[in-house]
Design a protein around this ligand. Structure first.
Ligand SMILES: NC(=O)c1ccc[n+]([C@@H]2O[C@H](COP(=O)([O-])OP(=O)(O)OC[C@H]3O[C@@H](n4cnc5c(N)ncnc54)[C@H](O)[C@@H]3O)[C@@H](O)[C@H]2O)c1
Length: 321
């Protein structure tokens, strides 16, 4: 049976909003009913490039004019709370790019609004929709490597980030993905943390986070925005008391323990994540139910962890979350 065509709207037509629009434009079960952007050039380019029906300067005006079946929010972080609230208030399901809000308190406000609404919020935590990351997490959580003892993540970026994103802390911009990944792997919440940075007065630096969570797992996350050339691949290692599993991102998963093996990551996996994320959201829009995978509570726990990590960075002291 042919699927019902969904009317989807997008708020924010900048770099990542255009990625969302490109995925939507490739689907034959969606019409892009509206795009909202405060920047006229951005909304006009999106309208002509992706066959959008109507464009607006304001997201709330668009929701009332278009009454979409679902909304994707890809505007800057500080706009996420008011736009997502406006959608929930109108019972319109919403996919909100990370971060869902600027603080755990903002995420709490969204959780309360979701409870009052017939609609849901799907946080756009993209790695949760990635096939190789899911495979690695399933191995870790299956019991194959025993009880999980530690998660170690490395996510470096070239030093142009220190210029392009000078106003955003690397913890919020880059480490955020490994924080969410660690919460996903352990199923716990961060309990105590020490964050150190060298040099300490610039984002062109190395940051090391050492912590422990409510599942009894140790965290060791590192990030440098100081590599002047191509960066080493993102790496995540999960150590259990019966083995370990690690991934060199988008290349290989290696499992050590009772059944040692190497799993090559399929080419193109990095490009599929956003399409899977959007497909999952559309499934939820169709069914009227939250599609699972990642919830506002997960997003809230990530924001609370980031707040503790940044508080430790500011004080140089261990912070209890
Ligand atoms: N999941 C990921 O891997 C990933 C990657 C990149 C960006 N993002 C997220 O996507 C979001 C957008 O990032 P970006 O890189 O596209 O930024 P960007 O600056 O390129 O684009 C943001 C766009 O939003 C518009 N905008 C600003 N205020 C608005 C408002 N009130 N209503 C509607 N539009 C508004 C701006 O004019 C701009 O066109 C951010 O939340 C970012 O964290 C996620």
């Amino acid at each position: 049976m042919p699927q019902q065509t969904l009317k989807i709207a997008v708020a924010g037509a900048g770099a990542f909003g255009r990625e969302h629009l490109a995925v939507l434009a490739r689907r034959d079960d969606v019409t892009i009913a509206g795009v909202a952007d405060v920047n006229q050039a951005a909304r006009e380019a999106a309208t002509s490039d992706f066959g959008v029906e109507e464009s607006f300067a304001d997201a709330e005006t668009m929701l009332d004019a278009v009454r979409p079946g679902g909304l994707i929010v890809a505007s800057p972080g500080f706009t996420h709370l008011p736009i997502a609230m406006a959608a929930l208030h109108r019972d319109i399901p919403v996919l909100v790019e990370k971060p869902v809000g600027l603080s755990a308190a903002e995420a709490d406000a969204l959780i309360a609004a979701e409870a009052r609404s017939r609609a849901f919020v799907l946080p756009g935590h993209i790695l949760r929709f990635s096939t190789p990351y899911r495979e690695m997490v399933e191995i870790a959580r299956s019991g194959e490597i025993g009880t999980i003892l530690a998660v170690k993540g490395r996510k470096h970026r070239d030093d142009s980030h220190a210029v392009r994103y000078a106003d955003i802390d690397p913890v919020l911009m880059t480490m955020v993905h490994d924080i969410d990944l660690t919460l996903w792997i352990t199923g716990g919440t961060l309990e105590s943390v020490l964050t150190l940075r060298r040099p300490s007065d610039t984002v062109r630096s190395e940051t090391i986070v050492t912590g422990s969570d409510s599942a009894g797992v140790l965290w060791n996350l590192t990030n440098a925005w100081a590599i002047p050339t191509e960066c080493p691949a993102d790496r995540i290692e999960i150590v259990g008391d019966q083995g370990s599993v690690e991934m060199e991102a988008w290349r290989t998963i290696r499992v050590y323990g009772r059944r040692a093996r190497q799993i090559d990551v399929a080419p193109g996996a990095i490009d599929d994540m956003l399409a899977v994320e959007i497909g999952t959201f559309l499934d939820g829009v169709r069914s009227g139910e939250h599609p699972g995978v990642v919830t506002l509570t997960d997003a809230r726990n990530g924001l609370a962890a980031m707040e503790a990590i940044l508080a430790s960075l500011a004080t140089g002291q261990v912070v209890t979350a």
